[in-house]
Design a protein around this ligand. Structure first.
Ligand code: UDP
Length: 245
């Protein structure tokens, strides 16, 4: 599937059209940003690693009855996906207090939450992606109540599946962010699932294996992403995948 014109370039990915109007090529970049674009950098091979980590998670989810936009890997840093009309709502699921939740509610980072916390953020760079609730989503017309119920259910199901899967790899899933879109009217999981969009802590040492290493200048950023990929697939990033998966 050849990529055609560039449709969109975001902070971490480029999206290209293909000859099929229902399919897009996503190319994962090495660029890293944080704090709504205020901090910028490059992480060598991040694009390769995130493409392969995200593909792995999407396959695990598909095998457990959660479909997504993922179709197949095209090359080291590219995947073929279904073309979604993305809902402008980010869905965050949390199991352990960290990041903005710790700040907002005064909970020490690492405090286990007695039950999962589900949050919505309005995808709007100019506003810094504010926290919103179902009433805000409704009055802004970001998604229909039925769609909000659907994405909430899917996000919690993704969290349950990935928590159990990662536990086997000695990784604690602390929190993660998902995006959903519509594909011919159906709500489908989109975007990516990677150390850019999740907090992963080593189950034994508690070491951070995610983008917090970049956000907080902890060093060893690329090594952490490579470690996640290694624990998931048992291997190093493949530079030239010609796969039929
Ligand atoms: N997250 C993300 N994109 C965003 C904001 C958050 O992927 O624009 C992810 C982040 O990696 C973490 C979770 O969502 O896994 C919760 O992030 P939080 O609200 O704590 O914000 P942060 O402190 O990361 O800015």
């Amino acid at each position: 599937m050849d990529k055609q014109q560039l449709l969109y370039e975001g902070k971490a990915k480029k999206v290209y059209a293909t000859a099929d109007p229902d399919l897009l090529v996503v190319e994962y970049k090495d660029d890293a940003t944080a704090f709504n674009g205020l901090k910028r950098g490059q992480i060598a091979d991040k694009g390769l690693m995130n493409n392969q980590i995200a593909a792995h998670f999407f396959r695990v989810l598909a095998g457990n009855g959660v479909p997504s936009h993922f179709v197949r890997v095209l090359s080291g840093r590219e995947m073929l996906v279904k073309r979604l009309s993305i809902l402008p709502v980010e869905v965050v699921v949390r199991y352990i207090a960290a990041g903005s939740l710790s700040k907002r509610l005064g909970l020490a980072e690492g405090t286990p939450l007695p039950s999962p916390v589900l949050e919505f953020y309005y995808k709007k760079d100019e506003l810094g992606d504010p926290l919103v609730n179902e009433y805000h989503i409704r009055v802004l017309g970001l998604a229909a109540p039925q769609q909000v119920a659907e994405i909430s259910g899917q996000a919690l199901q993704v969290g349950k599946l990935l928590t159990a899967y990662l536990r086997e790899k000695a990784i604690v899933l602390v929190d993660f962010k998902l995006e959903f879109g519509l594909f011919h009217g159906q709500v489908l999981l989109g975007d990516e699932i990677s150390p850019d969009t999740c907090r992963f802590w080593d189950a034994v040492s508690g070491e951070k294996l995610d983008k917090d290493r970049f956000r907080r200048d902890l060093g060893g950023v690329g090594e952490a992403y490579a470690e996640v990929l290694r624990r998931l697939t048992g291997g190093e990033p493949e530079r030239n995948v010609e796969s039929n998966n």
